[in-house]
Design a protein around this ligand. Structure first.
Ligand code: CA
Length: 242
């Protein structure tokens, strides 16, 4: 079995050392960073299968680390570990594509459960295109757009971009229900599952990110259209699947 590396970005030395020690006892390989800049650099190296990210960090905040990471196409799963009273940052983190969050102080068993759940989700997510659909299509072609479920990519007129896990799940749900309206609440429930968020704005933000990848003109989307007051609808005709 290959070793799973976890990157801890945490400036508090005792907490960092404690997490490292306990995760190593559980058989993980641990990388550690004491500030945001170092953390971002190590996360970009791509060795870590998962990042534990504190929010209040010297040099660069956890939110900035996450933002830079996602903007440069790194989709490594991230669990935010935040102090009490940072709810707004926590929500922002989830909107930026964090996978889960824990509020300090947390117990080791809780942390391990979250880590394993996220690793399981992201692993099955990467295979879901082929897995859930059985022998069904792994590549779908729409006018001006090719979606590759196996590689988690979309190509718009030949330009290929990577989808984040959330973007891929949203797109999959819209495409499965193409021609029908899918509500924000349905997307929240199905895509985010148990991670409860206070607003459906999260969905809108992810749709906006998805549109940047899918649409030639985000102001006039042709694939994912807004149905005002109801939700979103995938409109394009499926030309080919294989
Ligand atoms: Ca801190």
């Amino acid at each position: 079995m290959t070793e799973t590396h976890i990157l801890i970005i945490e400036d508090e030395p005792d907490l960092r050392a404690g997490l490292q020690h306990n995760l190593e006892l559980e058989g993980f390989k641990v990388l550690a960073a004491a500030n945001g800049k170092e953390g971002l650099r190590k996360a970009r190296e791509g060795q870590a299968a998962l990042v534990l990210l504190d929010l209040m960090l010297p040099e660069m905040s956890g939110i900035e680390v996450l933002q830079h990471l996602r903007e440069t196409g790194h989709e490594t799963p991230v669990i935010i570990i935040s102090a009490k009273g940072q709810d707004r940052d926590k929500v922002q983190g989830l909107e930026l594509g964090a996978d889960d969050y824990l509020t300090k102080p947390f117990g080791l068993s809780e942390l391990l459960a979250r880590i394993r759940a996220v690793l399981r989700r992201t692993k099955s997510g990467a295979k879901a295109g082929a897995g859930e659909r059985g022998a069904a299509a792994t590549v779908m072609t729409f006018p001006g757009l090719v979606v590759d479920w196996k590689r988690f990519t979309v190509s718009r007129d030949g330009d290929e971009v990577q989808l984040s896990r959330y973007e891929a799940e949203i797109l999959r749900m819209l495409i499965e229900h193409r021609g029908e309206v899918v509500s924000r609440q349905d997307l929240l429930r199905k895509v985010w599952g148990y991670v409860h968020l206070p607003t459906t704005r999260t969905v809108d933000n992810h749709i906006a990110r998805l549109r940047k990848k899918l649409e030639a003109d985000v102001e006039n989307p042709v694939h994912v259209v807004t149905v005002h007051g109801l939700g979103y609808r995938f409109e394009s005709e499926l030309l080919e699947e294989r």
